[in-house]
Write a protein that binds this ligand. Structure first.
Ligand SMILES: NC(=O)c1ccc[n+]([C@@H]2O[C@H](COP(=O)([O-])OP(=O)(O)OC[C@H]3O[C@@H](n4cnc5c(N)ncnc54)[C@H](O)[C@@H]3O)[C@@H](O)[C@H]2O)c1
Length: 285
């Protein structure tokens, strides 16, 4: 199974980066978002990123143009003709993801692979209303997808080995490091990473130190490229809250979110994309 054409559904923080990764890997990529403005913003961000890479001498101008030419927006799934792979990167909400999976399943030929970019929701539950769950899989990219090399490849209960193999080969060809795992709450990286972020927020909530110092302790003490609070702002606090609530329900109280996280989400301090989270940002992303 050779993946040459991809549809990305949801072009927010993750989706537009995933589209760029796929186009860089040589695929023709269609981008769809329920919000046309978000789709257009996503494509504009990719073009900006390519221009910056050329200016910095990291990417050849002809290659950047070729990558840009492989990307286009569509306003329906039907308009994405002949795709081999659909990657959903919509919000972390099981009902939204399930609806996208069933809608794509109804439209796309049975050999088209359907991937979801959930951070922690079970692939088997997201896809259990599809007629062909054997062609579904999880592709847990990390943020920002263009920079971060890991993609967890989550095998649902029914995922066929050929589907796993095709997705691993495609993403490895696009420069990523695909790591397979079972469909278990939080997979590998979310269950471990989310605990570190939650502990950082608890540390702040308990008044142990300031956001800057908590981050500095982890960055310099553990050689993390980014401390837990800066990382939380980058990911988006509402996404972190959804993941923790889901993992707490399934895996027990050790995943209960810090009360401060819930309060910050209620207050609209969602992180970089809102212009404010644990830190203030000059402009919204
Ligand atoms: N942000 C991160 O650091 C990160 C990391 C790994 C995985 N993820 C996962 O990736 C997914 C996307 O997260 P994000 O941070 O890009 O969110 P985001 O809010 O930035 O983007 C989500 C996009 O999905 C679109 N959307 C919503 N409903 C839709 C629908 N029915 N059809 C098509 N588009 C729809 C929205 O308009 C928006 O543009 C989530 O499942 C999240 O858990 C996020």
């Amino acid at each position: 199974m050779n993946i040459k054409k991809v549809l990305v559904v949801g072009c927010g923080q993750m989706g537009h980066g995933i589209a760029q990764v796929c186009a860089t890997g040589g695929a023709q990529v269609f981008m769809y978002d329920v919000s046309k403005a978000n789709a257009e913003r996503g494509l504009a961000k990719i073009k900006d990123s390519l221009t910056r890479s050329v200016e910095k001498g990291k990417l050849d101008a002809a290659k950047a143009k070729a990558i840009g030419d492989r990307l286009s927006l569509v306003d329906s799934y039907e308009a994405a003709q002949g795709v081999d792979l659909c990657i959903e990167a919509a919000i972390e909400n099981i009902d939204v993801k399930r609806k996208i999976a069933t809608d794509l399943d109804a439209i796309m030929a049975p050999n088209v692979i359907l991937a979801t970019t959930t951070s922690a929701l079970p692939i088997t539950e997201v896809t259990n209303k599809t007629k062909h769950p054997e062609r579904t899989i999880g592709t847990h990219f990390h943020h920002p997808p263009v920079v971060m090399r890991l993609v967890e490849i989550v095998n649902g209960y029914y995922t066929k080995p050929e589907v796993t193999k095709a997705v691993i080969e495609f993403l490895a060809g696009a420069g990523k490091v695909p790591v397979p795992c079972k469909d278990y709450p939080g997979f590998v990286s979310s269950r471990i990473g989310i605990q570190m972020i939650n502990e950082g927020i608890h540390t702040l909530y308990e008044g142990v130190s300031s956001p800057e110092n908590i981050d500095a302790a982890c960055e310099h003490g553990f050689n993390w490229p980014m401390g837990p609070l800066r990382l939380a702002d980058l990911i988006g606090l509402e996404t972190i809250l959804v993941i923790l609530d889901d993992l707490a329900a399934k895996m027990g109280p050790r995943f209960l979110p810090s009360p401060l996280l819930r309060q910050m989400v209620a207050a609209g301090r969602l992180g970089q994309k809102a212009g404010k989270g644990f830190y203030e940002y000059a402009s919204k992303r």
